[in-house]
Ligand binder design. Structure first.
Ligand code: SIN
Length: 335
């Protein structure tokens, strides 16, 4: 392709293992994530110059396990600024894999553009023998410049697979094939260096999403806590969430969002205090439906097939718009 025909892609770097540094080529754990800069990353993949006009920007350089609500908002706002520019055709975000699914879903709901936004990371540090980062970055840029990526919502490109930011989740602590969409599958693949799409996400995203975080400060984003059930659970964490000022609780229930009987009264009290309680599941896949009539009478909502960490983000955004339980449930049914 002639250089003049190449698209303009911004690489927004946030850190992670893709920018990670270990002390040897075989060290795959216990290394420092977010050690290399965006300039270092780009210098490692000169092939990108054949695919697009690339510019790099460092938003932060951290382990994604430490991403804050403030950073998430800044990332969404920066993506929207960049994508509003005529001279930007797409954004690739390098990101740690640990919380990539959360950032991808948040951006899927808050980016206001049909232009491609692709998150990419790596499971092996940049110093590793067989590091997966360089090819993942090349593939992410290929996805970002592909016309079929327009209007697909925010995407995740990992290990030759393209996922919707809504559905993707990390399923394995170390394997390079860790990203899956357990309730569906990838939207497409990269094979032979070419992008192939087969599916689309039908849930609203980006331009169809009602959520707008323009000008929203971190103090405006409501506190929503996740409470993870287990045998022998008691009400301690519900009380702690209330004491901390939570406006929402995601209950990561067992099975189809089942609630431990020792906690149910505390959750009902939370609803009585105006806290929105949404049942999700710790199982890792499947739909959580309305369930017992008793739960509905107590005002507990249900998260459809969003896992707890994704349900938390949707509830934060929903609470920016409404406190009405019926309306929040409608949002969970729709998104
Ligand atoms: C991180 O999430 O920042 C560290 C782990 C990874 O990127 O794989």
């Amino acid at each position: 392709m002639e250089k003049t025909e190449l698209k303009n892609i911004v690489i927004l770097a946030t850190g992670g293992t893709i920018a990670g540094k270990a002390s040897s080529g075989t060290q795959m754990t216990g290394y420092t994530a977010g050690a290399y800069s965006v300039a270092d990353l780009l210098a490692g993949v000169p092939e990108l110059g054949e695919l697009a006009h690339i510019s790099g920007e460092q938003l932060c350089n951290i382990d994604s396990s430490s991403i804050t609500d403030a950073l998430l908002l800044r990332l969404a706002q920066r993506c929207n600024e960049l994508l509003a520019q005529d001279d930007v055709d797409g954004v690739v975000i390098t990101h740690g894999t640990d919380t990539m699914e959360e950032t991808a879903f948040f951006l899927n709901l808050t980016v206001k553009s049909a232009k491609p936004v692709v998150l990419v990371g790596a499971m092996r540090p940049a110093t590793a023998v067989s590091a997966d980062g360089p090819l993942n970055i090349i593939n992410a840029v290929k996805v970002a410049v592909d016309a079929a990526s327009t209007g697909q919502g925010v995407l995740v490109m990992m290990n030759d697979e393209i996922y919707s930011g809504r559905d993707v989740t990390k399923t394995n602590t170390a394997n390079v094939a860790t990203f899956k969409a357990p309730n569906g599958g990838p939207l497409g693949f990269i094979v032979g260096g070419e992008v192939h799409y087969y599916y689309r996400s039908v849930r609203p995203h980006t331009l169809q999403s009602e959520f707008d975080v323009t000008g929203v400060g971190v103090t405006a984003l409501p506190r929503v806590d996740i409470i993870y059930t287990h045998i022998g659970e008691d009400r301690v964490f519900v009380d702690a969430a209330l004491a901390a000022g939570a406006r929402g609780i995601i209950y990561a229930g067992s099975g189809m969002g089942s609630i431990h009987e020792a906690v149910e009264a505390a959750l009902a009290e939370a609803v009585g205090c105006g806290v929105v309680v949404v049942r999700s599941s710790r199982t890792g896949s499947g739909i959580v439906a309305a369930g017992l009539e008793r739960w509905q009478e107590q005002g507990f909502l249900y998260a459809d097939n969003l896992n707890p960490q994704k349900a938390r983000l949707l509830l934060q955004l929903a609470l920016l718009r409404t406190q009405e339980r019926n309306e929040v449930q409608e949002i969970f049914n729709r998104y």
